[in-house]
Design a protein around this ligand. Structure first.
Ligand SMILES: [Fe+2]
Ligand SMILES: [Fe+2]
Length: 269
């Protein structure tokens, strides 16, 4: 079985790129399921119900999130109506929404998808992701051996530690949040596919999906300015994970990097 993973979707242009291309990607890779991180889909900050539903209809099965999950004030109510949307599990327990869930795979079998936040260099409060991972993995393992974890965070070391911690217990640990794709994808000997960051669905001529000038101004002068989303020249970053549906062991992970330039799709080396 193959599953497509898509990195942080930034803004309307990012959403539209995924909506337009996801069915082609599914066919091209013969993938049976898609997980995408949507935390920047709404104007670059947070999620919207309409955006989530559009992505879901177009072929994204599960939408994960991260530290920006509540940036759009209405999403705290909206998430309860969309079981295909997850928020990080290790946030305050009284928050609405789920941090993990088990879904049916259309061609048969079940998949558990888990969303967790790291702690290092993150400005949002969260509980120990490793303890949460232990508890959740133990629980979902009773129902399926196909387990995917979106570990959302800044520090590469912390995300690699999570991958190694869960080696042999889950199918795949993939990182999100930095918007920069890492080239460290591998299948650990224990049968867990791993990548530190999938990257984003955002502009090539940007700083993490935002227009370049205001971000450079802020770093170089300290003067705050609005960080608008850049919507020109979008690249879809992600990965495809191949695994055995019975054992849940991963056999391969490959990065996706598809540039959409002048409306034409180009696979980059
Ligand atoms: Fe984030
Ligand atoms: Fe993000």
């Amino acid at each position: 079985m193959k599953i497509i993973l898509i990195g942080d979707i930034v803004g309307k242009a990012g959403r539209k790129a995924v909506q337009k291309e996801i069915q082609n990607l599914r066919k091209q890779h013969n993938a049976c399921f898609v997980i995408a991180n949507g935390e920047n889909m709404a104007g670059g900050a947070g999620l919207s119900e309409s955006g989530c539903r559009d992505l879901h209809k177009s072929g994204v099965d599960v939408i994960t999130s991260g530290d920006h999950v509540w940036d759009q004030k209405d999403f705290i109510q909206q998430i309860t109506r969309m079981p295909f949307c997850l928020r990080p599990a290790n946030m305050h327990t009284n928050l609405p929404g789920k941090g993990y869930a088990i879904y049916n795979i259309p061609i048969g079998g079940k998949i558990a998808v888990i969303n967790l936040l790291t702690t290092v260099f993150m400005k949002i409060e969260s509980s120990n992701a490793f303890e949460y991972a232990d508890r959740i993995v133990e629980e979902v393992s009773k129902q399926t051996s196909t387990i995917f974890l979106d570990i959302h965070g800044e520090a590469t070391s912390e995300k690699i530690a999570m991958g190694r911690y869960l080696e042999g217990r889950v199918t795949c640990v993939f990182g999100t949040h930095t918007h920069v794709q890492t080239a460290d994808e591998q299948v650990f000997p224990g049968g867990t596919a791993y990548i530190t960051d999938l990257g984003m669905v955002g502009s090539d001529i940007s700083i993490l999906g935002r227009k370049i000038a205001p971000v450079v101004k802020r770093f170089s002068t300290g003067i705050p300015s609005r960080f608008l989303v850049e919507d020109d020249q979008i690249t879809i970053h992600g990965a495809v994970v191949e695994f055995d549906g019975d054992s849940g062991r991963a056999t391969n992970i490959e990065r996706i990097k598809l540039s959409i330039k002048d409306g034409v799709l180009n696979a980059l080396p």
